[in-house]
Design a protein around this ligand. Structure first.
Ligand code: GLY
Ligand code: MN
Ligand code: MN
Length: 462
């Protein structure tokens, strides 16, 4: 954990944005996988981690605006817990690590929230995203799931999104540590990318690296020769010479911070001329975004710049045609680049997505587009110093989408469907880096991970 003062200061800063009421932070509980005692890997709620830091299940945090005090509700262990889990610190000892002096048993939380004095006050909570938390809040606040959603605090969501979007230096240090872990994961995958290897052999080894160096992976690993399926979690294919292997994988630090890196490698060690051509376009788009990202610029404009680089490149090799500015404006490039350029990253790999993507990525200056492709852009608003974001352009050849658009005669003025036949089994290429927005531009976080054609070819199979 960080110093207790860090959590106190974050809570005080949050407190200062509210006039009165109670801010309620449910920590996560253990979730059963296939029976109650066999649970999924425990992951604390990220807002709870940010303001209270404690990484144990079954805790609630309260920030009382009117009284100016914070408390943690949780149960001390009993003799049975000691037998099975050892002698764990008391709730009071744990709470002191977060700078909280007031602790109460969990059973007192309902009494506290239902007290007539407190029921009169606004109780701010975020829209719960876990079934267990919904059930807990339903009982505590006497609201059904629909009411919980309707009554969740927009004000709290907006203020938290503002605070967590600007990373403290200590958070950058944490993130950079796990970008470096991702670097080891990715270079290991590149070394393994040889014919005959099954995707899961690579996925298993690199997940082990994440576990051995921190808290495991920050999201389920994508390790696939079918990169054209964007979030492909099937790992059963055997790699063949000249397949393209996309690895999209990151690690989580012990304090819960994420990295999110993508690299694409030529199985066997050499890109074919066709692959190399497309790879260079994705790389150019990734580099153009690095060049452009700085405070005050809309990330939507950076996305559109990356889309333009991709579309111009595709025109140069004969897959697109016509006026490229118009093609991008109308969304024709989304046949090849159907997702957003990136998202915020921090305690969550898609940072604060539980709060509501539009609170994090959009604001009153810019609304999310409904255009196919652009609608998937999670972050469109102006960048600020201290943001940590991803830069992840890609080019994919998705046969079902090509067939659909061709049958619909969609964008025939911009897309050369005949020329696309030679790319039908190409798969996809994506490159992803994690960027810190600085005062004047941006910095690619972590030690460099092989990214140019030359760098990647030099390590595959070695
Ligand atoms: N790893 C999922 C993403 O890049 O957004
Ligand atoms: Mn990713
Ligand atoms: Mn990402």
């Amino acid at each position: 954990m960080f110093d207790p003062k860090v959590y106190q200061s974050r809570r005080n800063s949050l407190r200062s944005k509210f006039k009165n009421g109670i801010l309620l932070f449910p920590g996560n509980m253990e979730t059963a996988m296939n029976y109650k005692a066999n649970t999924y890997h425990f992951r604390q709620d990220s807002c709870f981690l940010y303001y209270f830091g404690l990484n144990q299940p079954d805790l609630f945090g309260i920030i009382d605006i009117d009284k100016g005090e914070d408390s943690i509700f949780g149960n001390d262990i009993d003799i049975e817990d000691i037998i099975w889990m050892g002698n764990l610190p008391s709730i009071a000892e744990r709470a002191s690590l977060a700078g909280v002096t007031k602790t109460l048993p969990l059973a007192n939380l309902a009494t506290f929230l239902q007290h007539p004095d407190n029921k009169k006050r606004p109780i701010h909570f975020l829209n719960p995203y876990r079934g267990e938390t919904i059930v807990q809040l339903q009982a505590l606040l006497d609201k059904n799931p629909v009411q919980l959603k309707e009554n969740s605090s927009k004000e709290l969501a907006i203020v938290i999104a503002q605070m967590r979007s600007i990373k403290e230096d200590r958070e950058i240090v944490e993130i950079e540590k796990v970008v470096d872990v991702a670097g080891i994961m990715h270079t290991t995958a590149m070394r393994m990318a040889m014919p005959g290897i099954i995707e899961r052999e690579i996925a298993g080894i690199i997940e082990g690296i994440a576990l051995s160096k921190g808290a495991g992976v920050s999201f389920p690993i994508i390790a696939t020769m079918h990169g054209e399926t964007l979030h492909n979690h099937h790992h059963g294919n055997s790699l063949k010479q000249n397949d393209l292997l996309i690895i999209d994988a990151g690690a989580e630090s012990e304090l819960g911070y994420a990295s999110d890196i993508t690299r694409t490698s030529p199985v066997g060690g050499t890109f074919t001329p066709q692959q190399k051509e497309i790879y260079e376009l994705v790389l150019a788009a990734n580099l153009a975004a690095i060049e452009m990202a700085k405070p005050g610029i809309f990330y939507k404009d950076v996305h559109l710049k990356a889309a333009t680089v991709i579309a111009e490149g595709l025109k140069a090799i004969g897959l697109m045609k016509g006026n490229i500015q118009e093609a991008v404006q109308q969304g024709a490039h989304a046949l090849f680049f159907p997702h957003g350029l990136g998202h915020m990253m921090g305690l969550d790999v898609h940072d604060m997505e539980n709060i509501g993507e539009n609170y994090v990525g959009y604001d009153n200056t810019i609304a999310r587009s409904s255009q196919f492709g652009l609608a998937y852009l999670r972050l469109g608003k102006k960048l600020e110093t201290g943001n940590v974001i991803t830069d992840e352009p890609g080019i994919y050849f998705i046969p079902a989408l090509i067939d659909l658009w061709q049958a619909e005669k969609k964008f025939t003025e911009f897309i050369n469907y005949d020329a696309l036949k030679a790319y039908r089994n190409f798969g996809g290429i994506r490159l992803e880096d994690d960027l810190l927005i600085t005062n004047t531009g941006c910095r690619v976080l972590g030690k460099p991970i092989p990214k140019t054609v030359k760098e990647v070819e030099a390590i595959v199979g070695k």
